[in-house]
Write a protein that binds this ligand. Structure first.
Ligand SMILES: *[C@@H]1O[C@H](CO)[C@@H](O)[C@H](O)[C@H]1NC(C)=O
Ligand SMILES: *[C@@H]1O[C@H](CO)[C@@H](O)[C@H](O)[C@H]1NC(C)=O
Ligand SMILES: *[C@@H]1O[C@H](CO)[C@@H](O)[C@H](O)[C@H]1NC(C)=O
Ligand SMILES: *[C@@H]1O[C@H](CO)[C@@H](O)[C@H](O)[C@H]1NC(C)=O
Ligand SMILES: *[C@@H]1O[C@H](CO)[C@@H](O)[C@H](O)[C@H]1NC(C)=O
Ligand SMILES: *[C@@H]1O[C@H](CO)[C@@H](O)[C@H](O)[C@H]1NC(C)=O
Ligand SMILES: *[C@@H]1O[C@H](CO)[C@@H](O)[C@H](O)[C@H]1NC(C)=O
Ligand SMILES: *[C@@H]1O[C@H](CO)[C@@H](O)[C@H](O)[C@H]1NC(C)=O
Ligand SMILES: *[C@@H]1O[C@H](CO)[C@@H](O)[C@H](O)[C@H]1NC(C)=O
Ligand SMILES: [Cu+2]
Length: 590
């Protein structure tokens, strides 16, 4: 299965023929000078020199008392991020969206206004990896935790604690809408492993596979009879790429030489980069030519630092790295991310996302001439479980309940090819969020809600059995899970690093077959009452139903939590909108 893939040197035009406004509007991601993010945000007196004080780095978030306010106005505009003119979604006129910054323990308040009107569509924002403890209402999943925010001025304020620290992102959870650009990064400052230090924080590096067609069109093809495989048109870094096919493609609606994202390195200094796979489909292999990188965190979990040349990122995953700028002051090198096409039947016009890194004395109008490193496709897995060890150990308990769920591909009653979890393909009801039903004491969920009631069990162990020949970056809301084991066939019951297994919020499950399924064994503690989606983060897979809802401590949701007024108001607004406009829910809805 593993194949040795050689990088092909790509020709990239140096001429920049489109303005920043034409490609990314007001966004400055990927332009020089590189941002230098702070180590923490200062406001008010600092306890012990840092806002989170003496909080245990592996414990619950402290309460800093600070609130970070953001206003997001969401619109649709024609932009040409890679030279191709497309209707994309902007936040505050930016593609991709602006950063949300907070210190660990702060409150974050984001007021979202949906000004989309061409065509009218709802939106939600999900804060990937934030556990939303005590605020399950603000998880941002339509039909699960809320009704969509109605178009033409609908407004919703999300309020939640920055209860994790490190690198994250937010994105729409409405259909596959984030493919059109409704996403952005989150940086939450917090404790750093004592042996780690760095001089510069270059901030988020968002890597996105990218379609020139709209997400809606992509879903139409995916849900066609028969389904059409998708072609990935480009691979963006911080919303930028050149659109120079090799051989060049003549396309009446495209321009040459938009130019890649740019970053600055300072020779001899250590730089932190916050890698995010914000794409919808493909596994990415990230590297920096002629440089080794040190991995310090996966998702929101710090790990024992280790060196590598290539970082693997499935959609939804993040990896924080430290890079020593060991080159000469005049050097220019490529940062690159290769699509791993080894385990999925998608085609791609562009395999490699490129961004230019210029050392302090390099000519920033020149094009780097470096070549990439080689990597081996390991069946779309992340790094081996025994290599990635959480820095702050946490031992999983004996599980209170163990469940197996099997992923299959099949037909629904009207003959569409969909994905099934234990024989049931998920579909959301935008007008009837399950969490609000639970709060109202209504437990008669529709079958296609795929609600698994784990009740008051203190912990859940899940064996996910995959018979489908695609990888799945599996993501659980509301939790970091332990990854106890992974493999092909039947789990032998052995746990990797039993006293401190890998933890994160998204993990790649490898492809399987009906004869030899692949599996991953996950576990989490039930310390967060809510209704938490567990789903594949590839948008075509969650859109075709590869989702279940882990219902946790429903009796506590019913009795102990205060539901904000805005939840019912948002549903009333959505009901009014959807009663007068046809809502074309083309897919599972999430
Ligand atoms: C992009 O396409 C839209 C719709 O066809 C058009 O109105 C707009 O002028 C185009 N923009 C550019 C830069 O070509
Ligand atoms: C970074 O690289 C420089 C050489 O360019 C070296 O002198 C320095 O010791 C390295 N720093 C670390 C922390 O490895
Ligand atoms: C991890 O496991 C693999 C396969 O069992 C083994 O070859 C490798 O040496 C192990 N690595 C570590 C760091 O223990
Ligand atoms: C999935 O199906 C298997 C086999 O029928 C069953 O044992 C298991 O309980 C089901 N999982 C859930 C969460 O209901
Ligand atoms: C089958 O799936 C398609 C596509 O999601 C959907 O439009 C159709 O309503 C589904 N049919 C049934 C009977 O659920
Ligand atoms: C799914 O349905 C098939 C056919 O009815 C049945 O054989 C199989 O056991 C079911 N699988 C699960 C996991 O429930
Ligand atoms: C309970 O929820 C179901 C499914 O969402 C809905 O059809 C039903 O009308 C609800 N019942 C009540 C009494 O609200
Ligand atoms: C524990 O979870 C199982 C499903 O996995 C459920 O059937 C059972 O009722 C739960 N137990 C309690 C005490 O909630
Ligand atoms: C996993 O899926 C395969 C293929 O459908 C099935 O034979 C096997 O029983 C499943 N394993 C479990 C533990 O459900
Ligand atoms: Cu998947």
């Amino acid at each position: 299965m593993a194949r040795l893939l050689q990088f092909i040197a790509l020709t990239v035009a140096t001429a920049v023929s489109l303005s920043q406004y034409a490609t990314n509007d007001h966004s400055t991601w990927g332009t020089l000078p590189s941002p230098d993010f702070p180590k923490y945000l200062i406001d008010g007196p600092l306890e012990d020199g840092i806002p989170w004080g003496k909080a245990d780095p592996s414990g619950d978030a402290p309460l800093t008392g600070a609130t970070r306010h953001y206003n997001f106005v969401v619109t649709r505009e024609f932009k040409s991020p890679d030279g191709f003119n497309k209707s994309v979604i902007l936040i505050n006129d930016q593609f991709p969206g602006p950063v949300i910054e907070a210190n660990w323990g702060d409150m974050i308040e984001v007021t979202v206004v949906n000004n989309i009107d061409s065509p009218d569509e709802g939106i939600t924002l999900h804060w990937h990896g934030v556990t939303q403890r005590k605020t399950p209402w603000y998880d941002g999943v339509p039909g699960v935790s809320q009704c969509p925010i109605a178009p033409r001025g609908g407004r919703f304020k999300y309020t939640f604690q920055a209860d994790q620290y490190g690198t994250g992102w937010y994105h729409s959870h409405y259909s596959a809408q984030y493919d059109d650009g409704l996403y952005g990064p989150m940086v939450i400052y917090g404790p750093l492993q004592p042996e780690i230090s760095y001089e510069y924080d270059l901030g988020p590096v968002m890597i996105s596979d990218y379609f020139h067609m709209s997400y809606y069109k992509a879903m139409e093809l995916t849900l066609g009879k028969p389904p059409q495989p998708l072609n990935v048109d480009n691979n963006l870094i911080n919303g930028k790429a050149s659109y120079n096919y090799n051989p060049p493609k003549t396309d009446s609606d495209s321009h040459d030489g938009v130019g890649p994202a740019k970053f600055k390195f300072h020779s001899g200094k250590l730089h932190r980069l916050r890698l995010i796979n914000s794409g919808s489909l493909l596994n990415q292999k990230f590297s920096i030519d002629n440089h080794e990188v040190t991995v310090i965190a996966n998702d929101y979990i710090p790990v024992k630092p280790y060196k590598t040349k290539v970082v693997t990122l499935g959609p939804g995953q993040r990896t924080d790295i430290i890079v020593n700028a060991t080159g000469f002051p005049t050097d220019a090198v490529w940062m690159r991310s290769d699509i791993d096409l080894g385990c999925i039947e998608t085609t791609a016009n562009v395999r490699t996302a490129l961004a230019a890194i210029y050392y302090e004395s390099a000519d920033t109008t020149s094009t780097p001439r470096t070549t990439g490193t080689t990597w081996e496709s390991n069946n779309c897995l992340n790094d081996p479980l025994n290599q990635t060890v959480p820095y702050y150990p946490l031992r999983p308990p004996q599980p209170a309940t163990v469940q197996t769920v099997t992923v299959t591909v099949g037909y629904n009653a009207t003959g569409f090819i969909l994905l099934f979890m234990n024989n049931s393909s998920f579909r959301a009801d935008y007008n009837n969020p399950i969490l609000l039903d639970v709060k109202a004491g209504n437990f008669s969920f529709p079958t296609e809600g795929n609600v698994y009631n784990f009740g008051s069990n203190s912990s859940v162990r899940l064996i996910l059995n995959n018979t489908y020949s695609n990888p799945h970056p599996m993501h659980l809301h509301g939790h970091n899970f332990w990854v106890l084991a992974e493999g092909l066939g039947t789990w032998d019951g052995k746990i990797t690093n039993p006293s401190n297994p890998l933890r994160r919020d998204t993990h790649n499950l490898q492809p399987g077959t009906p004869e030899q399924p692949s599996y991953v064994v996950l576990e989490w503690t039930q310390d967060n009452p809510g209704v938490w989606p567990f789903h594949c983060h590839m948008s075509i897979h969650s859109s075709t139903g590869m989702v279940f809802l882990a219902m946790e401590q429903p009796e506590l949701i019913e009795k102990d939590t205060q539901i904000p007024m805005v939840m019912a108001q948002t549903c009333r607004d959505w009901d009014r909108f959807s009663s007068t406009s046809f809502v074309d829910q083309i897919d599972s809805g999430v």
